[in-house]
Design a binder for this molecule. Sequence first.
Ligand code: PMP
Length: 298
Amino acid sequence: MPWEEATIHISSVGHASVSAAFEGVHSYWSETRGALYGFRFRDHMQRLLDSLRLGRLEPEFDADALVAAAAELLASWDSRGKDLYVRPWGFARGTHKEQMVPRGTPAEIAIETWEFESKLGRGRTCTLAVSSWPRFNPGASPASMKVFSNYHNGRLGNIDAQARGADWPVFLNGAGNVTESSGSCIALVKGGRLITPDLASGVLDSITRNTLFRLAEDELGLSVETRPVERTELYLADEIFLMGTAAEVLPAVEVDGFPIGDGKTAGAITQALESCYHDTVRAVTDKYDAWLTPVPAA
Ligand code: PMP
């Protein structure tokens, strides 16, 4: 519906939002094919439904219906030559005077979109700082749930990292091991191996991480280690990068003042992965077409 016609009752904001879940999805213009493609739409919609179910809300749509709705929304845009971000989110239906949304409340689903230009292949880099705020305990609030309430910890980490002159935080868990950043996962390269914290460390089951590791193995013949990662491994890494739907592949050149690689540019493996990711999301190759949802032209 047109933006100006959309209304939500004021009492839907507040305690009713505690259980609200969301997704960040990217769709990319393919110059090669002259069309817009949604990237891994179904996996994102399934994760949204999983987040809602874990929060005991009852979505009334299945993943295929949500994929079709997102494609219909995108088809209504003049998307020629543009990349669009898609933000599906789900929240408890009705207005809630009680503090806690009860189990079994139906979930409303809304899907928004806006222009979001990809930065792949632009030579972007970032700097990192280990957050003085530890990551929330995944035993208390599961990291696998992409709920808005999990993001306040991320916000505190962002502010903390920026106050110390870095772009993004890296959170440690209660054991002092590396988890993720505020809106992206992290991987390091050491001796030609790709290493990333395992899910039990307390990280979101990132769709970009899953994509990149498949590309690393299939396209670059690299081996991937998923395991607890110590903070000191970051300082001694050959390469480090963040990864996520919005971050895409974002090379880090410094952590807590330790230079990574030459301290200025992305390492060779990170660059190769970024290039494979570009060719996949922009449909240069047809090898991963199963991950792409074609969007009909407006
Ligand atoms: N961790 C957090 C906390 C995030 O918000 C995101 C972005 N959704 C990610 C990791 C990366 O997940 P994905 O690759 O599925 O976007």
